[in-house]
Write a protein that binds this ligand. Structure first.
Ligand SMILES: *[C@@H]1O[C@H](CO)[C@@H](O)[C@H](O)[C@H]1NC(C)=O
Ligand SMILES: *[C@@H]1O[C@H](CO)[C@@H](O)[C@H](O)[C@H]1NC(C)=O
Ligand SMILES: *[C@@H]1O[C@H](CO)[C@@H](O)[C@H](O)[C@H]1NC(C)=O
Ligand SMILES: *[C@@H]1O[C@H](CO)[C@@H](O)[C@H](O)[C@H]1NC(C)=O
Ligand SMILES: *[C@@H]1O[C@H](CO)[C@@H](O)[C@H](O)[C@H]1NC(C)=O
Length: 582
C-alpha cells in the first residue's frame, strides 16, 4: 500500500509540474498575441492557482458510485423490475473467501477436462465434457465462478463450434457440444479468468467505474481549457456542465471550465485509463501465461471421432437429427458453426456467398444502410468500401476511425453510412457536434424496406455498472420499436459483443467477462423483437483465429455475408429444401 501511495504522490507531483509547464507555455503563447488578449492574460495569471488545481483535477477523483444515482433519471417501476431480472440473469457465483493467496486460487495448469463416454457420437448428437478446476497446490476447488470458454474444432476441415459451459458451483463444470460435422473433433477449453479474478473485475466495475475517464476541450477565441467528463462526477470539487440529453435523459457531465462557458465545448475524447487499480494480492490473479486465457489440458484423450448422422439426411448443411432433437434436456443450440471456414447459421437463414462485388451491389441496390455504434460495426463499413469498388467514399475530413463516414454507389442507388454512438465513447477525438445517441438517430429515420440498420454498442460500456448499459439499451430498444412500428419492413441487425485479446492491463478495462455480461443483457433485452442478431460472440469464439477486439477479415467476411443473406434471402421454396450436395 505504502509503495502505491508514494507512487501516487510522485504522480501527482509530476502532474502538477506538467500543468505548470503547460501554463508557462500557454502564457508565452498568449504573450505572442496582440494586446487584445492582454486582459485575458491577466485573467490567466490571476488564475494560476486554480489552473494548477485544474491540471491536478485532470485525473478523476475517486468515485463512489452511489453519487451517481441522481445523475440520471431513476428507472420507473417496470424498468426497475426488468433491471432486477436482468441482473439476476447475469448473476455470477461469488467466491466465499476474498484475498486468497495465489496458490489457493484456480490454476488452469492444474485443472483438466475429461471427455465423457457417449454412445451417440453421430452428427446431430452431443458431446459432454467434465471440467475439474484445481488450485496451484493441485487441490480441487470447492466453489464455482471460474470463467471458462469452450470450442470444438477440426482444423483440417476449417470447422469449429462453441460449447456451453455449465457451472456446478462446486469446482466442477459440464460442457455441452453439439456435433455438427463428421470427422475427428478436438475439444478446446480455456480458462479466461480464475474465479478470484472475476471477483476483482466485479469490484472494479462497481467501485472504479471511472477507471476509463474522458475529457472535453472547451474553446472560445484564443482561450481553451480541458476538463474531465463522465457519466457522473463528484460534485464537491467544482461546478459541472450538464450535457444530459434532453430527448433520452442519458446523463453526461463535464467539470465546468474556469474561464469558459459550458456552451464552448468543442470536442470529446478519451481521457485515459486509471492506474494502480489493484491491491497486490489481486494483481497475482492477472498474469499472462499463468491465469489469463490459458488452455486446460485433457486427462486422457482430447478428441473423438464423430460419425455421419444416423439418417444421412442433411438439409441446407444443418444435420437433420439436430433439428429433430431440439427438445432434449440440457442441450446447447449454438447459433451456427464453421465448416470449410464458412459460417453456417443454424437459426434459419440460408447463408449465401456474395463472392464478387457485383453480387454485393445487386443485393444492396436501392438500400440506405445505416451503421451506428462502435468500431466493431465500422469494420463492416470498411470491409464493404474496401472490396466493392462501386462504393465511392465521400470525404468529410472526418477524423480517422471516428467518422462519420458515408459511401455511395449512384449506379445502384446505395448509401452506406457509419456514425459512432454517444458517450461514453473512448475515441481519440469526437467533435461535440457529432456526439449522437443511437436512439435519437433512429427516431430521425423514415425506415422502410429500403432501410437497413446495423447497431453495435458494447465495448465502451465495459467499465461501467451494468445498469448504465441496460439504460442505454432501453432507449435504443424503444427507438427500434418505434422504427419498426412506423415501417415494419425495416431490417434491424444487432451485433453482439465478442471476445478479444487480453493481458493484465486490458483485462481490467475490457475483459471478456465484462463483454459477456453485457452480451447476455443485450440478447435478453432484444429477444423476441423484430431484430436479427449477428452473433459476433460465437463467430469469434468458434473460429481458429486468436481473439481480437476487431476480428480479422476471415471473420468479418462471414459476418458481412451473413448480413447480406438477411438483406437478400434465398427465395423460400414451398416444399422442404432439397438436400445440400457435399
Ligand atoms: C459509497 O457511499 C455510500 C454512501 O455514501 C456508502 O454507504 C458506501 O459504503 C460507499 N461505498 C464505497 C465502496 O466506498
Ligand atoms: C458437483 O456438482 C455436480 C452436480 O450437482 C455433481 O455431479 C458432482 O459430483 C459435484 N462434484 C463434487 C466434487 O462435489
Ligand atoms: C442535469 O439535467 C437534467 C435534465 O435537465 C436533470 O434532470 C438533472 O437533474 C441535471 N443533473 C444535475 C446533477 O443537476
Ligand atoms: C461464388 O461462390 C460459390 C459458392 O462458393 C461458387 O459456386 C461460385 O462459383 C462462386 N462464384 C464466383 C464468381 O466466384
Ligand atoms: C479537438 O478539436 C480541435 C479543433 O477542432 C482539434 O484541433 C483537436 O485535434 C481536437 N481534439 C482534441 C483531443 O483536442
Amino acid at each position: 500500500m505504502d509503495k502505491h501511495l508514494s507512487k501516487y504522490v510522485l504522480y501527482f507531483a509530476l502532474l502538477a509540474l506538467s500543468g505548470f509547464v503547460f501554463l508557462l507555455w500557454n502564457i508565452t503563447t498568449v504573450e505572442n498575441w496582440n494586446c487584445q488578449t492582454a486582459s485575458t492574460f491577466y485573467q490567466l495569471q490571476n488564475n494560476i492557482q486554480s489552473v494548477l488545481k485544474t491540471s491536478e483535477r485532470l485525473l478523476p477523483v475517486a468515485l463512489n458510485y452511489s453519487y451517481c444515482s441522481r445523475f440520471g433519471q431513476q428507472p420507473i417501476k417496470e424498468e426497475a423490475l426488468e433491471e432486477r431480472y436482468l441482473l439476476k440473469f447475469i448473476s455470477w457465483p461469488e467466491a466465499p473467501v476474498l484475498g486468497l493467496p495465489l496458490r489457493q486460487s484456480s490454476d488452469p495448469a492444474q485443472s483438466y477436462f475429461i471427455i465423457q463416454d457417449s454412445l451417440d457420437l453421430h452428427v446431430g448428437g452431443q458431446l459432454v465434457v467434465k471440467v475439474y478446476v484445481n488450485n496451484f497446490l493441485g487441490q480441487p476447488k470447492r466453489h464455482g465462478g471460474d470463467f471458462l470458454v469452450a470450442r470444438l474444432h477440426t482444423p483440417e476441415l476449417g470447422a469449429g463450434v462453441v460449447g456451453l459451459v455449465h457451472d456446478h458451483r462446486n469446482g466442477s463444470y459440464t460442457v455441452f457440444f453439439r456435433l455438427l460435422w463428421p470427422g475427428v473433433v478436438t475439444v478446446e477449453l480455456t480458462m479466461v479468468h480464475p474465479s478470484e479474478a472475476v471477483m476483482v473485475l466485479r469490484r472494479l466495475r462497481e467501485e472504479q467505474s471511472d477507471r476509463v475517464f474522458f475529457k472535453s476541450l472547451f474553446r472560445s477565441g484564443y482561450l481553451s481549457e480541458t476538463t474531465i467528463c463522465n457519466l457522473c462526477l463528484p460534485v464537491k470539487h467544482q461546478p459541472l456542465c450538464n450535457y444530459t440529453d434532453p430527448q433520452t435523459g442519458e446523463p453526461w457531465y463535464c467539470y465546468k471550465p474556469k474561464l469558459l462557458d459550458c456552451d464552448t465545448r468543442i470536442n470529446h475524447s478519451k481521457g485515459g485509463y486509471k492506474k494502480y487499480l489493484l491491491k497486490l494480492y489481486e494483481s497475482q490473479y492477472f498474469q499472462s501465461d499463468v491465469n489469463i486465457k490459458i488452455p486446460l489440458r485433457a486427462a486422457g484423450i482430447d478428441s473423438v471421432t464423430v460419425l455421419s448422422a444416423v439418417k444421412s439426411t442433411v438439409t441446407r448443411g444443418i444435420p437433420y437429427t439436430y433439428v429433430k432433437s431440439k427438445k432434449r434436456r440440457l442441450e446447447y443450440n449454438p447459433s451456427g458453426f464453421y465448416l470449410r471456414g464458412l459460417w453456417r447459421p443454424l437459426n434459419g437463414v440460408v447463408m449465401r456467398q456474395f463472392n464478387d462485388s457485383s453480387a454485393i451491389t445487386q443485393c444492396l441496390r436501392g438500400k440506405n444502410v445505416y451503421m451506428f455504434g462502435d468500431s466493431t460495426v465500422r469494420q463492416w463499413y470498411e470491409y464493404l468500401v474496401a472490396r466493392v469498388s462501386e462504393f465511392k467514399e465521400l470525404n468529410f475530413q472526418s477524423p480517422k476511425n471516428v467518422g462519420p463516414y458515408m459511401a455511395v454507389d449512384t449506379d445502384h442507388n446505395i448509401v452506406l453510412r457509419y456514425s459512432c454512438h454517444g458517450p461514453p465513447i473512448r475515441f481519440t477525438s469526437v467533435s461535440s457536434a457529432e456526439l449522437h445517441y443511437i436512439s435519437n438517430e433512429l427516431d430521425s429515420l423514415r425506415g422502410g424496406s429500403d432501410t437497413v440498420v446495423m447497431i453495435s454498442i458494447w465495448s465502451h460500456f465495459s467499465t461501467f455498472p451494468v445498469q448504465v448499459y441496460i439504460r442505454r439499451l432501453r432507449h435504443i430498444r424503444r427507438a427500434v420499436l418505434r422504427l419498426v412500428n412506423r415501417e415494419p419492413a425495416t431490417l434491424v441487425l444487432i451485433r453482439t459483443a465478442n471476445p478479444q485479446e487480453l493481458d493484465p492491463d486490458s483485462s481490467l478495462f475490457n475483459s471478456d467477462w465484462f463483454s459477456q455480461q453485457l452480451d447476455v443483457v443485450l440478447r435478453v433485452m432484444f429477444k423476441g423483437l423484430n431484430v436479427r442478431f449477428v452473433d459476433a460472440w460465437e463467430m469469434t469464439l468458434a473460429h481458429h483465429h486468436p481473439h481480437q477486439l476487431h476480428p480479422p477479415p476471415a471473420i468479418i467476411s462471414n459476418m458481412v455475408h451473413f448480413i447480406l443473406s438477411h438483406i437478400c434471402p434465398v427465395r423460400k421454396k414451398k416444399r422442404r429444401p432439397k438436400l445440400m450436395q457435399g
